[in-house]
Ligand binder design. Structure first.
Ligand SMILES: C[C@H](OP(=O)(O)O)C(=O)O
Ligand SMILES: [Mg+2]
Length: 307
């Protein structure tokens, strides 16, 4: 049976919240929209995550953000005061490089993305195209004649967040993907970034654009694909039934929790809100029921008084 309820923890008596806090031994938290929004840490997030660690819970950060390497994400986290180790940091760029390494990928990657992806590919010795602007400066015919020399060593196209996304990059990606042997990998498909007051397109906007003209589906590395953190279960590091997944986006974070059998907490500091949950509760679509979190809080720091 699919979930039909979502409990707002702030409406529960303190003893119920404390009982809930004792119901898990590991916490996997999303980053953008839960811990921070861009470079702005969210109030109470540092103290809450560090308190989880102090009271003996295993903590992991799991971000779909592919713009940074795992080391850069660690530096960002430490600069904000989070007590997180390299082993606890899971990212879509690092997981993408690990996926290709595990397949013994020997060719070159055409990258639509940022230095997070190319940095992680460098770390495992996988060749790649350079990132940055690639724009049409004259006619299409001129561009194709002077700027697109098909690289026969390309064996994969990886698409992540790319602030320099362009028509030219779509041409190159789709042309490489016209070869069915060329891998099509997406770091993640988040539709937009959590940014109050404006819409910042996320990786998903670029992946769907390439997918459309390539007429192919990508393999998605990031949440909600369970493989980004299933290794924690397979290694016996976490018990899924006693693991809490915290997120701000239900079609990635909460759905990952559903896919892995985790408990789930939605916080209201990012993409999805309680009114979205109400709509899914009223829907007849079983797929939307998977997006309903177990519990909700306006922000992660609301847990502090109970810890
Ligand atoms: C927003 C998302 O990051 P996350 O919320 O997974 O940390 C992304 O960078 O597309
Ligand atoms: Mg998020």
């Amino acid at each position: 049976m699919y979930k039909q309820t979502c409990t707002n923890l702030l409406e529960q008596p303190p003893e119920k919240v404390k009982e809930w806090l004792n119901g898990f031994d590991a916490v996997i938290t999303d980053c953008d929209g839960v811990l921070w929004v861009y470079s702005n840490v969210i109030e109470g997030a540092v103290d809450t995550m560090n308190r989880f660690k102090t009271i003996g819970k295993k903590i992991f950060f799991c971000t779909n953000n592919s713009t940074k390497t795992r080391q850069q994400l660690l530096e960002k986290s430490h600069s904000m005061g989070f007590d997180i180790t390299a082993e606890g940091m899971i990212s879509s760029a690092h997981s993408t490089a690990a996926y290709l390494k595990a397949r013994n990928f020997q060719k070159k990657v055409y990258v639509i993305g940022a230095c997070g992806i190319t940095g992680e590919l460098d770390a495992v010795g996988i060749k790649h195209s350079e990132v940055g602007p690639d724009v049409m400066t004259s006619t299409l015919a001129d561009y194709l004649a002077t700027n697109f020399h098909k690289d026969t060593d390309i064996g994969a196209v990886v698409v992540g967040f790319d602030e320099h996304f362009s028509f030219c990059k779509m041409i190159k990606a789709a042309t490489y993907l016209d070869n069915p042997d060329c891998l099509f990998i997406a770091t993640n498909t988040d539709e937009r970034f959590p940014m109050p007051g404006m819409v910042i397109p996320g990786s998903g906007s670029f992946v769907r654009a390439v997918q459309t003209c390539a007429e192919r589906e990508p393999f998605v590395i990031g949440k909600p694909n369970p493989s980004i953190c299933e290794w924690l279960i397979n290694e016996g590091t976490i018990d899924p039934t006693r693991t809490l997944m915290i997120g701000d986006r239900c079609n990635t974070d909460i759905l990952l929790g559903y896919n892995c059998g985790f408990q789930t907490l939605l916080v209201g500091t990012g993409i999805h809100k309680l009114n979205d949950v109400e709509a899914w509760k009223n829907s007849d679509d079983p797929e939307q029921k998977k997006l309903i979190p177990d519990v909700f809080l306006p922000k992660l720091g609301d847990l502090l008084p109970f810890m």
